[in-house]
Design a protein around this ligand. Structure first.
Ligand code: FAD
Length: 263
């Protein structure tokens, strides 16, 4: 490690002021502190968000669930409101990393970081959720912009995420044994307006699969998902899995998700 200063603001307004002056927001540190130890990131000032009450809390309104940015994965996994209103989200949170990661990692940090293999971005995109910041509301379709890149501007803070509650939804992932990150994860959500399918772990960032969405909107069955050919051309190939293997996983996990959603 190297020298840096740490600020602990008590309000979003103070945090925004510090971040606007170059301070780096610190949520649970599950990515940021590791990057600093590896010298991949070297902020001169950290702005610890953990003392800001406005960034916590989970609220259920008619048809939606709003989750504060500093909600830890365990908060979401254990929340009675989330379990009742949007069980797929509680289930997703309960399977992130290990217990230590779930105790510290936050939904805001995960979504701001936009790791191409993170779980939450698939739920945000798959639910057509809204990312709420200190200055605006950003639709999920506009928020994720590829590898570790989002629509957030310098100094802009995520304050909460609002999820429309689907008729049914399921998250399926094949997790890497070492990191617990998904090798591929698929989030399937059915709304009155149609089905959304978001894929993580397979490309340069989370993405929707229009072929699967069209097929499942017409017929919400595992057979309809199985009939969709998944192209491997733009998928990742690395030491963990080939692009063809990931393409097959997208199909298999989507079929499993639909089967599970149908009960
Ligand atoms: C061993 C291990 C296994 C993991 N497994 C999984 C997994 O299976 N699935 C999965 O999805 N994730 C996994 N993760 C990631 C983890 O769940 C965290 O969500 C992720 O690391 C972000 O951490 P954090 O919330 O502590 O944010 P930090 O590390 O504190 O911050 C991450 C980035 O987001 C920025 N930031 C944080 N909060 C905000 C905000 N409110 N507004 C704007 N910018 C913000 C920070 O400045 C920083 O750039 C794993 C991590 C580890 C270490």
């Amino acid at each position: 490690m190297y020298a840096f200063t740490l600020e602990r603001p008590a309000s979003v307004a103070d945090a925004v002021q510090l971040a606007g002056a170059g301070g780096k927001p610190l949520a649970g540190g599950q990515t940021l502190l590791a990057s600093m130890k590896l010298r991949l990131s070297a902020p001169e000032q950290l702005v610890d968000l953990s003392g800001i009450a406005e960034l916590t809390g989970i609220k259920k309104d008619a048809g939606s669930l709003t989750i504060g940015a500093m909600s830890r994965h365990l908060d979401v996994a254990n929340s009675p409101e989330v379990k009742a209103a949007y069980p797929a989200l509680a289930d997703l949170a309960s399977r992130i990393g290990d217990r230590q990661v779930r105790a510290m990692g936050t939904i805001g940090g995960s979504v701001a970081n936009n790791d191409p293999a993170a779980c939450y971005p698939s739920a945000v995109l798959g639910s057509a959720a809204t990312v709420i910041t200190n200055k605006r509301e950003i639709a999920a379709d506009d928020f994720f912009q590829g590898l570790f890149t989002t629509a957030l501007e310098d100094g802009e803070l995520i304050t909460a995420i609002r999820f429309p509650i689907p008729k049914r939804a399921v998250y399926e992932k094949l997790r890497q044994k070492a990191s617990h990150f998904p090798l591929v994860g698929v989030f399937v959500a059915q709304y009155d307006s149609g089905v959304r399918v978001a894929v993580t772990g397979a490309g340069n960032g989370v993405f929707r699969h229009s072929g699967l969405e069209d097929a499942l909107t017409k017929s919400f069955t595992p057979e309809a998902a199985a009939a969709v050919k998944i192209e491997s051309g733009e998928l990742n190939s690395d030491l963990h899995a080939s692009a063809a293997y990931r393409a097959n996983l997208i199909s298999v996990l989507t079929q499993r998700a639909v089967k599970s959603a149908l009960g």
